[in-house]
Ligand binder design. Structure first.
Ligand code: ITT
Length: 221
């Protein structure tokens, strides 16, 4: 069993499809720092969630980046969805000639131990696609080990797994999924037109979870 700290049941549903072990949701709204990078937000969240839960946890920070809007809404996707709404983000993006966008997800795992000696998970099949999307979306890293300070002087390691999927912003279509799914088209379908399995097979979260699942299954706990 692994604990997914999130307020979003849609994320948990997708994660359960990917991981062999049961995924339990802990509905805890950790404080998200204002940062330009999803990885920084996710790493901070994982540490805070671990301190709250006092057991192994993972979190996921994700967002939509629209190329012509300088990566907006990016790490502010949840705030913008709440205050502005996805239809208005779609309208804004559709005023642009270039409607390219990407969904990015960073899964961050923390169990209070260090990961320095852990072999990095490798996702060769998807790495090329991820790199192409990373370049478009201005990403810097894939999987890595981060050390951070928990405020008590002790370092808490966090393991990060990143997934990116390129697409286009369109008028809302489809009834499934959540959040920005109806306005994000990939290979001719919006994510809201796909079922969970289809979305997971190509999505940012699916790609990050695949790496996490591979690594999680390989480590001795
Ligand atoms: P937690 O932080 O509690 O996990 P959240 O929904 O607030 O839940 P984020 O802070 O990561 O999640 O914000 C992500 C935003 O991007 C939010 O508006 C989501 O609806 C949206 N989002 C994330 N993944 C998505 C996906 O797969 N499809 C559509 N929208 C997504």
């Amino acid at each position: 069993m692994v604990t997914f700290v999130t307020t979003n049941p849609g994320k948990v549903h997708e994660a359960q499809e990917y991981l062999d072990t049961p995924v339990e949701q802990l509905d805890f709204d950790y404080l998200e720092p204002q940062a330009d990078s999803l990885a920084a937000v996710a790493a901070h969240g994982a540490r805070e969630a671990y301190r709250h839960a006092d057991e192994p946890v993972f979190v996921d920070d994700s967002g939509l980046t629209v190329d012509a809007l300088g990566g907006f809404p990016g790490p502010y996707s949840a705030y913008v969805e709440d205050r502005v709404g996805v239809e208005r983000v779609s309208r804004l993006a559709r005023e642009e000639t270039d409607r390219s966008a990407a969904f990015r997800c960073v899964v961050a795992y923390c169990d209070g131990t260090g990961f320095a000696a852990t072999p990095e998970p490798v996702d060769r099949e998807r790495r090329g696609q991820d790199q192409a999307a990373d370049e478009r979306a201005g990403a810097t890293t894939d999987e890595q080990v981060h050390e951070g300070n928990d405020g008590s002087g002790a370092a808490l390691s966090v393991k990060l797994f990143e997934g990116v999927v390129p697409g286009t912003v369109v008028e809302p279509r489809g009834e499934g999924g959540f959040g920005y799914d109806p306005i994000f088209e990939h290979a001719g379908q919006t994510f809201a037109e796909m079922d969970t399995e289809e979305k997971n097979a190509v999505s940012h979260r699916g790609r990050a979870l695949a790496k996490f699942a591979e690594w999680y299954a390989s480590v001795d706990r």
